[in-house]
Design a protein around this ligand. Structure first.
Ligand SMILES: [Zn+2]
Length: 440
């Protein structure tokens, strides 16, 4: 046949000999090795003249037109005549269909793209295409690992956060047959101000696993980190102090608010129990106002605020709930200094008001909150003055969960980490590749 049909298939190194349609309607394309690749040894590149006969392979390729044509490639086996080459026998191969390739490289690239950027599972894509899981997965590993690189680029602000891996559940131990409660957690390390996304995900949430990860990095990389943002986790704080003694700890402001809200909830539950001798019900005043108690004060009107306190006085004779609520608001006032750039004297004044109020009201839960805040005071002040937060880590946690759902859970953590890192760095990779294109 003529050159045009080869161009239509456009598979490097092969020519189209004929195209037939089967009774079922699919197309069969008979291909042959392009003259420049006939007899060429893939090892030494020399052309052989000693043919050992013919073989037929059926490499899978991409869709051309409405369907995916079946390729039938009749090619020769050869003996390499180059005496200095250690390859004895070979079959012809071309850039479009390398040796032993059951799937063409361009088809593999499409499959990998469908998985990585089409957010699908390896098994779903392999199933659609009718090829083995390993074919898709193997190529995915090559593509992803080459793009992601082994070592992270310099990071200035690092975020450390925990994520639950899968649902906590009862499992039977394969060795002992014992039932045990399994609750797996991972630790994510995130580039908070750069564009590298999730740098790594390590199994577990102990100081040791975090320290181990830092130990594997070189000293100059570690020295570049100036701040580390964490939740109020003593475990991560310990790891950072040990592995990155020069870096400053920043505690996430939103977690402080969360802690304060939890405290208000605890007080409300205790007061209800004491006053009514039972658990709270939806009809109780303090229950009705639960949402309002937690809602930010500035979002309530003056009238709403005074009604709230009036109603609560009857349900809260010692004023514990009201006090808890005020303490929470005073802490939020401290954190709100972030909006004005974190003026030192403003922070100091508001902190003083918070502590003196907490000390005066003698409610155990409020006292406990004050103690917690004081233990985290320096990292909290740093969060206010720098405006840094761990919000981006939380965004990546959502990606981690999303990727987990796509794959219906991963058999090996390694595969999960790769997919998650790919998803988290997708945007920055796109920017980088479009930049590259602009320059050339
Ligand atoms: Zn050779």
């Amino acid at each position: 046949m003529h050159h045009g049909s080869s161009l239509l298939l456009d598979l490097d190194g092969v020519i189209v000999e004929s195209v037939q349609r089967t009774v079922e309607g699919s197309r069969i394309v008979q291909i042959a090795t392009a003259p420049e690749w006939v007899g060429m040894c893939p090892q030494c590149g020399q052309k052989s003249t000693r043919s050992k006969g013919w073989v037929t392979t059926r490499p899978r390729d991409v869709q051309v037109g409405p369907d995916r044509p079946l390729l039938v490639w009749r090619k020769r086996k050869w003996l390499c005549t180059n005496t200095s080459c250690d390859r004895k026998v070979f079959t012809e191969s071309t850039p479009g269909v390398p040796s032993r390739a059951r799937v063409t490289p361009r088809a593999k690239a499409l499959l990998v793209e469908a998985v990585l950027d089409g957010d699908r599972s390896v098994s779903a894509v392999a199933g659609d295409y009718g090829c083995a899981w390993h074919t898709v997965h193997g190529h995915l590993v090559v593509v992803a690992d080459a793009a992601l690189g082994d070592e992270p680029e310099p990071v200035v602000v690092l975020g450390i956060d925990e994520t639950r891996r899968g649902k906590a559940k009862w499992e039977t131990c394969p060795e002992t047959g014992e039932r045990r409660w399994v609750d797996r957690w991972d630790t994510g390390l995130v580039d908070l101000t750069g564009d590298q996304g999730l740098l790594a995900q390590v199994n577990g949430r102990t100081s040791a696993v975090v320290i181990d990860w830092f130990d594997a990095r070189d000293e100059t990389w570690k020295a570049q980190i100036t701040h580390v943002a964490i939740d109020m986790s003593t475990v991560y704080a310990k790891a950072v102090r040990e592995a990155l003694p020069h870096a400053q700890l920043v505690v996430d402001r939103f977690h402080l608010v969360k802690k304060a809200n939890e405290m208000v909830d605890t007080v409300r539950r205790r007061v209800t129990q004491a006053e009514r001798g039972r658990r709270g019900r939806k009809s109780d005043v303090e229950w009705i106002n639960r949402r309002r108690l937690l809602r930010a004060a500035e979002r309530l009107t003056d009238e709403q605020r005074s009604t709230l306190f009036e109603k609560l006085t009857s349900a809260d004779p010692h004023g514990d709930i009201a006090a808890a609520w005020i303490a929470k608001e005073l802490l939020r006032d401290v954190l709100r200094c972030t909006d004005r750039g974190g003026l030192r004297h403003e922070i100091r004044d508001r902190l003083y008001r918070f502590y003196t109020f907490c000390a005066a009201c003698r409610v155990p839960e409020i006292g406990k909150l004050a103690t917690t805040v004081s233990a985290w005071q320096e990292p909290m002040i740093l969060a206010i003055t720098t405006g840094l937060s761990n919000a981006r880590s939380e965004g990546y946690n959502r990606i981690v969960k999303h990727v987990g759902r796509i794959a219906f859970g991963f058999r090996t953590p390694e595969n999960q980490r790769r997919r998650v890192r790919w998803a988290c760095t997708r945007r920055s990779r796109r920017v980088a590749s479009s930049r590259r294109q602009c320059h050339c």
